[in-house]
Design a protein around this ligand. Structure first.
Ligand SMILES: CC(C)(COP(=O)(O)OP(=O)(O)OC[C@H]1O[C@@H](n2cnc3c(N)ncnc32)[C@H](O)[C@@H]1OP(=O)(O)O)[C@@H](O)C(=O)NCCC(=O)NCCS
Length: 315
């Protein structure tokens, strides 16, 4: 046992010999993380994938361990030639808590493809999930590729509608006056934001401890999933929050989450949505985005409003 980055690690373990000089291992050191990060950047031709790997595996995630990363090493060269991670999550669906593993950072060096390396790692993860009573695995990836491993399309992801800059309300037309928008102050606002999230009526809600919220809020620049959280105040009280990020596919600002206090009446909720739209427009203009897109639960009330604003549907 050793301490790596403030946490215990078993310095990795060799799980099995795959033949032909290849071994299947779990990560155990920050050097392993670097090698997995480098492979991810190479196979996806994107340095942000390396930043994502470092953030997830070596930056203090409260639930993820180094051993959640599997990789295949070629003993002849010492090179990491394939990897697959499975990150633990807890979801809440219709009030039922579900232990879930998110499969991520899936990739094989082009010289080693179609030799069953991803199949071997999938098999290993599914075996471990079964032993731990984990019922669900989820993955965002090549459409259809994971059907062969028993995965089916289940949850719509990404943006479902978008509004161009010209369709978003401008600051000068602000008629609400009563609500203000500002960046979330982690120390001051986190408890309220956590409560608003827990009370929201999302069909599937990921369980977020305070430690997980802090980890997400403190994601370093360069991590593709990085979101920034804004709060909406009415009479000096936080009554809503929303989270923004850059859309993965183009120069669009993306609304990834918005929760409004459930006891507010429809008029006040609408004013809160309009306050968010005005702020999002200002941010989109400042950062040269083409507009705002909405990656929300299909049942989210805000989608009715943006449909009335003639948003272009996506998905
Ligand atoms: C997709 C990828 C991860 C497959 O890795 P791999 O090590 O070649 O996969 P395996 O050899 O274990 O293949 C498993 C099965 O998928 C099939 N397969 C491999 N690549 C495939 C592809 N691009 N599309 C469809 N099926 C594919 C194989 O034929 C094999 O099926 P079989 O066992 O019935 O013959 C690899 O091509 C890659 O790194 N691509 C670029 C990164 C990427 O897109 N990652 C996201 C994956 S969601």
């Amino acid at each position: 046992m050793a301490i790596e980055n403030g946490r215990e690690s078993l310095l990795g373990a060799t799980l099995c010999n795959l033949g032909d000089g290849l071994i299947l291992r779990t990560a155990g050191t920050l050097a392993d993380v670097e090698r997995i990060a480098a492979l991810g950047a190479q196979v996806h031709s994107d340095d942000q994938v390396a930043a994502y790997a470092r953030w997830k595996l070596a930056d203090g995630h409260p639930a993820i361990r180094l051993s959640d990363a599997l990789f295949v090493e070629d003993l002849r060269t010492g090179k990491v030639v394939s990897s697959l991670c499975s990150f633990p999550q807890t979801w809440c669906y219709e009030g039922i808590r579900l232990s879930v593993r998110e499969i991520a950072l899936v990739g094989t060096d082009p010289g080693y493809r179609k030799r069953g390396l991803i199949r071997a790692q999938m098999h290993r993860v599914h075996h471990e999930m079964g032993a731990a009573g984990c019922l669900l695995g989820c993955i965002e990836g090549i459409p259809g590729f994971h059907r062969q491993f028993g995965y089916e399309f289940a949850v719509p992801l990404g943006s479902c509608a978008r509004l161009k800059l010209a369709q978003l309300p401008a600051d000068e037309k602000d008629s609400s006056g009563s609500m203000t928008v500002r960046p979330m102050d982690l120390e001051r606002d986190l408890a309220t934001v956590m409560l608003l999230y827990r009370q929201s009526e999302l069909e599937i809600q990921a369980e977020r401890s305070e430690a997980l919220w802090r980890y997400l809020e403190e994601a370093p620049a360069g991590v593709p999933d990085r979101q920034e959280t804004w709060v909406i105040e009415s009479r000096a009280r936080v009554i809503a929050y929303f989270r923004l990020r850059q859309n993965m596919w183009g120069p669009w600002l993306e609304l990834a989450e918005m929760c409004v206090e459930s006891s507010l009446g429809l008029d006040d909720r609408t004013v809160a949505y309009e306050a968010m739209l005005r702020s999002a427009r200002r941010i989109a203009v400042e950062r040269n985005y083409q507009g705002l897109c909405f990656a929300l639960d299909p049942r989210h009330e805000l989608l009715k409003l943006v449909t009335e604003m003639h948003a272009e549907p996506e998905r």
